[in-house]
Design a protein around this ligand. Structure first.
Ligand code: C2E
Ligand code: SIN
Ligand code: SIN
Ligand code: FE
Ligand code: FE
Length: 374
């Protein structure tokens, strides 16, 4: 009675999204051996960026950690306008003036592509691509099957993304509701999370962070100080320097943040969510120092990379912003400070990543200027 094998049974397990996509790609290849690459790009309406998210291919991927503005790709916009999958059975038709991502795909000798726009409750949120090294492979039978698989894959992505989004929204809403206040300004959070993403991308190769992990570091980094909701205004908003006792109280914000997050994960039944650990590590360990002198005394190798990244992003933005207790520093002064603390407080790669991307840092500062709260 149970002789039938459910070939998709692996999807029942606790697997991160890239593993699930790889698995589906493997099954697809059993039937359509010409499908050489499956990939997903997510759209961020705030920045108009289309960002690579997940891919499965045998080659070195041409689009790892790549993002491009949707406005810059005529063909992508056209797909969106039509609202249906686009099939190109010979990518050479783009050889005249291809967008950069299409050129990279063609450079790797992909000849055909199937591109499906993905929607969540009618809202566009990204593209799914199937690519082949062969020409003219996408016939009627194949397309019928790929449409089905495509929609199933998009449901997997929706599930993964909405878990991340609800988790973020619930932690943040609960924090705001309990104390009717935001502990940090929106502009600070936008800037520091974009700095964190920039650093994560730069160190991704060395620390084997794939696109999906980079994206989660970006999404969860604004929650680093969520534990500050447990700190009274008299300390949090004190115009002057904190006393030793006040600072000791202040330091509990990291462990308080960890507790809040664990409680939320438990209440939501999300303890097994694959990326819960990233969120927890960011809240708990964003004030660790390389030499062990941070809040919990973790040493260099014991500090998770996401916490090292967020530490640099957060401190850089704290230094270059006005605080109730300090003036804003210039970027030059902040860079010199970060460099002087490499190896004692901060991770060398993370500091170098930020400093090497000065143009992008300044673009982020331009885009997310201080609001009235300062
Ligand atoms: P925050 O304002 O978000 O600052 C985050 C981190 O940026 C600080 O962690 C520190 O590493 C760095 N930072 C910020 N401003 C300065 C600065 O003027 N000089 C230097 N050298 N580093 C700076 P830290 O020190 O563990 O503080 C954690 C939190 O405690 C701060 O978060 C802030 O909310 C509060 N805090 C720290 N010092 C004071 C203070 O003198 N007065 C008040 N009212 N709050 C303070
Ligand atoms: C373009 O967008 O202008 C070229 C083709 C593509 O992006 O696929
Ligand atoms: C891609 O596969 O990532 C883009 C190439 C295309 O189909 O235009
Ligand atoms: Fe903090
Ligand atoms: Fe902060």
């Amino acid at each position: 009675m149970f002789e039938h094998q459910d070939v998709l049974a692996a999807l029942n397990g606790k697997l991160p999204l890239p593993k699930k996509i790889e698995y589906i790609h493997g099954l697809l290849r059993d039937r359509f051996d010409f499908i050489d690459r499956v990939s997903i790009a997510i759209y961020d309406p705030k920045t108009d960026l289309l960002k690579t998210f997940v891919h499965s291919s045998n080659d070195e991927d041409p689009l790892i950690l790549y993002s491009a503005r949707l406005a810059d790709s005529a063909s992508m916009k056209e797909i969106l306008k039509v609202g249906r999958p686009r099939v190109v059975n010979d990518l050479n038709i783009f050889s005249k003036a291809p967008a950069e991502h299409t050129r990279r795909i063609a450079d790797l000798k992909y000849k055909s592509s199937y591109t499906m726009p993905m929607f969540m409750n009618g809202e566009f949120f990204g593209f799914l691509f199937f690519n082949s090294h062969r020409r003219n492979v996408f016939d009627e039978t194949t397309l019928h099957y790929l449409d089905m698989v495509g929609h199933l894959v998009s449901l997997l992505v929706i599930h993964d993304m909405s878990t991340t989004r609800s988790l973020y929204a619930i932690v943040k809403t609960a924090a705001n509701m309990t104390l009717h206040r935001d502990v940090e300004t929106g502009a600070h959070l936008d800037r520091m999370s974009n700095f964190a993403r920039l650093i994560a991308k730069e160190v991704a190769k060395k620390y084997q962070l794939n696109d999906e992990l980079v994206e989660h570091i970006f999404l969860f980094s604004p929650l680093h100080d969520i534990g500050k909701i447990g700190i009274s205004d008299s300390i949090l908003l004190k115009p002057g320097k904190l006393t030793k006792a006040e600072f000791d109280t202040m330091k509990t914000h990291a462990s308080k943040g960890g507790e809040i997050i664990d409680m939320m994960l438990g209440n939501l039944g999300l303890d097994a969510f694959p990326h819960a650990e990233i969120l927890r590590n960011i809240a708990l360990y964003h004030h660790e120092a390389i030499n062990g002198s941070g809040y919990n005394g973790l040493m260099d190798q014991e500090i998770p990379i996401e916490a090292k990244i967020v530490a640099v992003a957060d401190v850089f933005d704290a230094l270059t912003s006005v605080r109730p207790y300090k003036e804003a520093w210039s970027n030059d002064r902040a860079f010199i400070f970060l460099k002087s603390m490499v190896g004692t407080k901060f991770d060398n790669d993370c500091v170098a990543a930020l400093i090497n991307c000065r143009a992008e840092v300044e673009a982020i500062q331009q885009r997310f200027k201080e609001d009235h709260l300062g």
